[in-house]
Design a binder for this molecule. Structure first.
Ligand code: HSE
Length: 412
């Protein structure tokens, strides 16, 4: 029998208990033994909930109990999760976590400790909620060099962008709705400013490079500047606006960024709506492969955590050898990466403004909507971001142009 403890009885923790109870027989058959939750650690009490019988407020009860072979960390945040997880591993207990902040900040160190102690540190739920993506990168796509990873990695913002686009619902109202559904982070800035997606692309890029891609080095832009007018132009191009986490790996050079993008209809990511997430991988032999599913929410995330529990229980005293070292992976300057951008221009003289766009960007194709006055949009050629930005600076000095209202990268 495997004895486990769960740290945190919030959305994901209560989901783990629910999944374990609902699918008990199936899970124990896969784990090839009974799995018993002996403790749930939380600061709170839960009178009336059967979990109250196994609630503890003291982590030492778990740490000092030799029967506990596996600790499930679903508290979120760095403190005290990091110290709890580290001491659990050092005492020879495996750990499964859904905590992307913890994995992005300390994953390599925790994996090293797990290896030294011949236990496991597993984190399937940290990226893409219920979507299997960590295990496929680590254990399935082992015959390919990964050339690119592009993901819709945040359920809250995808939910918000979908609703704003399809139903014209106001930003604040949609955010409140996402919070009520349990998708959003405690601090919604983590979602809307792109920090959550940044942690997730850092994890995926680290797995792809087998080194540590530091989330602090990743250029990150959220969705707070996206308006319904941007969405109208995206629609005219046959696309929609999505928050993408993207990393590229070419000729030994690596780059990563999080930013909104106009995703065109020929890209399978354009069909990913609501709370769904998807990760599109490009392998040098495999070509494109996409992983799709619910990226947030209680039961999908808990399902991924429980899949790790099964894996850890089945591999007691066998380290699964996730390849991700503490060596730092340097990233290319984002200015050197090729992009194309949708640009919205405010004009005082449309003809002069269009002539300037033609001179600097070589295009006469301008997009206009009846819902926005004194502005048009165009799509730039594909060039180094620094070159595009230099030419946008040049645009600001043109006669007839009042300003640039927004720019959004294009994703074909
Ligand atoms: N706030 C996150 C999201 C939760 O919306 O995707 C899952 O990591």
């Amino acid at each position: 029998m495997a004895v486990i403890a769960i740290l945190g009885y919030g959305t994901v923790g209560s989901g783990v208990v629910e999944v374990m109870r609902s699918n008990k027989e199936l899970i124990e058959s896969k784990a090839e033994q009974p799995v018993n939750i002996k403790y749930v650690l939380d600061l709170r009490d839960f009178p009336g909930d059967p979990v109250q019988d196994i609630i503890t407020h003291n982590f030492d009860d778990i740490l000092n109990d030799d029967q506990v072979e596996l600790v499930v960390e679903v508290m979120g945040g760095i403190n005290p999760a990091y110290s709890f997880v580290k001491s659990a591993l050092l005492s020879g207990k495996s750990v499964c976590t859904s905590n992307k902040e913890l994995v992005a900040a300390h994953g390599a160190e925790l994996m090293r400790i797990a290896k030294e102690k011949n236990v496991n540190f597993l984190f399937e739920a940290s990226v893409g909620g219920g979507i299997p993506i960590i295990r496929p990168i680590n254990r399935s796509i082992t015959s390919d060099r990964i050339e690119a990873v592009t993901g819709i990695l945040n359920g809250t913002t995808n939910y918000m962008l979908t609703k704003m686009d399809a139903e014209g619902i106001d930003y604040d109202e949609v955010l409140k709705d996402a919070q009520e559904k349990g998708y959003a982070e405690r601090d919604p800035a983590a979602d809307v400013e792109g920090h959550d997606a940044c942690r997730k692309i850092a994890i995926l890029a680290s797995l792809a490079t087998e080194k540590t891609v530091s989330y602090e080095d990743i250029y990150t832009e959220g969705i707070t500047n996206i308006s319904t007018t941007d969405m109208l132009y995206a629609k005219m191009l046959g696309g929609s606006v999505k928050l993408l986490g993207k990393a590229g790996f070419e000729n030994g050079r690596v780059w990563a960024r999080v930013a909104p993008a106009v995703v065109l209809a020929n890209n399978p990511l354009s069909m990913v709506n609501d709370v769904f997430n998807a990760i599109l991988l490009k392998g040098n032999m495999l070509g494109d492969v996409m992983f799709y599913g619910r990226g947030a929410g209680k039961l999908p995330t808990a399902s991924a955590v429980v899949s790790d529990i099964v894996d850890a229980v089945r591999h007691k005293n066998v380290n699964l050898g996730i390849k991700w070292s503490e060596d730092k992976q340097e990233l290319m300057d984002i200015d050197d990466v090729n992009v194309s951008k949708l640009v919205r221009v405010e004009y005082s003289d449309k003809d002069k403004a269009a002539a300037c766009v033609k001179r600097l960007f070589g295009t006469e194709n301008i997009l206009e909507t009846e819902e926005a006055f004194d502005e048009f949009a165009f799509v730039t050629d594909c060039a180094k971001e620094s070159d595009i930005n230099d030419r946008l600076e040049g645009l600001l000095n043109c006669d007839g142009i009042n300003g640039i209202l927004n720019t959004i990268r294009m994703e074909g």
